[in-house]
Design a protein. Structure first.
Length: 95
């Protein structure tokens, strides 16, 4: 999984340029970012499955979506500088 910093992601969005981020691999069940967290990074999924969940007021986690290779996660929150509306958690090993 390629991780871009907030500054790199903003430049990527504004310029349309291709940037080289840091390549990371995560095992399953790792939270990449939490619901309501301040956005810090953007993730480009190279392989694996990520689930997006939203916590309800009663504490129940609702599955919002699944993301696969090629997905870009966190870009909207980084660009808007608003908290993440959901959590992103690896389902399988992701790189």
């Amino acid at each position: 999984m390629t991780e871009f910093s907030h500054k790199q992601a903003t430049q990527l969005e504004l310029s349309g340029a291709t940037l080289a981020g840091d390549l990371h691999a995560y095992p399953g069940s790792v939270e990449l970012f939490g619901q309501g967290a301040h956005p810090a990074d953007v993730y480009l999924v190279n392989s694996g499955i990520i689930k997006l969940t939203r916590s309800e007021a009663n504490g129940q986690a609702i599955l919002v979506d699944l993301r696969f290779a090629g997905a870009l996660l966190g870009a909207a929150a980084v660009i808007s500088e608003k908290p993440h509306p959901f959590a992103a958690i690896t389902v399988t090993r992701c790189a």
